[in-house]
Design a protein around this ligand. Sequence first.
Ligand code: IPE
Ligand code: IPE
Ligand code: MG
Length: 261
Amino acid sequence: MNSNADDSGAELLAKPSGTAVSPLSIPRHVAIIMDGNGRWAQGRGLSRTEGHRRGMEAVRAAVETSRELGVSYLTLFSFSSENWSRPPLEIQFLFGLLRLFIQRDLANLHRNGVRVTVIGDRVRLSSDIRSLLEQAETLTRDNTGLRLVIAFNYGARDEITRAVRRLAEEVANGRLAPDAIDENTIRSRLDTADMPDPDLVIRTSGEMRLSNFLLWQAAYAELVFLPAYWPDFDRAAYLQAVEEYSRRARRFGGIAARRSG
Ligand code: IPE
Ligand code: IPE
Ligand code: MG
C-alpha cells in the first residue's frame, strides 16, 4: 500500500500531469458519451455484452473521480433513443445492466450523498424499470453531493420534440402566448431544466460526433475526444480530459478568454 495514497488527489490538482504549471479548472458539469464497449470486447475475442459489463465498472470509477475532483454534475449517456436499432438480446442486456446498477450501487451512492436523476423518455420503458428509476430518484432526492444524471432512452431531438409538444399544448390551452416564448421558456421544458449546461463533454472510443446527445445544452461545451474505449476509461483518462479542458479558452461568443470551472 502506498502510504501517500491519501495525498494523491491534492497532488494531482496541484500538478495535473506532473509537469503542468497551472492548476486544473474543474468543470461544474461533465457529460460523457460512454462509447466503445463493443469494440473493447471484440478486440479481446469477447462478446459485446462482456464489454458492457466491464463498462459498468468504468461508470463506478467515473463517479468516484467526479466526487474526488468536486465535479457537481455528471451526466452519463447510457442508452440512446437510437440504440433501439440494436439486436434485441443486446438491448435486453443493457436494460439488465441498468437494473443491476441501481440494485447494487444505489445504497452506496446514497451513502456517499450522490443524488441520482434520470433524463430521457420513460414512456417506452417497462414499468419495472420506470419504478426502479423513480425509486433511485426518490431515495436520493435530498442529497447534496454529486448529481449523477443517467441519460437512458435519451436522444436530444426526442427531448426537444417533447418540449415543443408541451409548449404547443400550453399555447393551445391559452396558458402561453407565442411571443412570450424565449430561450428560457424552451430550456425549462427540457429534461435538464434544473441543471446547468455541460461545461465538458467527453466521448471515448475515438469517434468524433455527438450522436444526438445534449444538442441544445452542449452549445458552448468544450468537447474532448479520447481514443480509449469506455471500459478502459479510468481516473487517469478522466484527469487527462480535465487537463485538456483546463487548457481551453472559453469565449461564449465574446472576445475575452474566460477560464471556466
Ligand atoms: C457504448 O458502447 C455503449 C452503448 C452505446 C450502450 P457501444 O456498444 O456503442 O460499443 P461500440 O461503439 O460498438 O464499440
Ligand atoms: C452513443 O453511442 C450512445 C451511447 C453512448 C449511449 P453509439 O455507439 O450509439 O453512437 P454511434 O451509433 O456510434 O453514433
Ligand atoms: Mg458505439
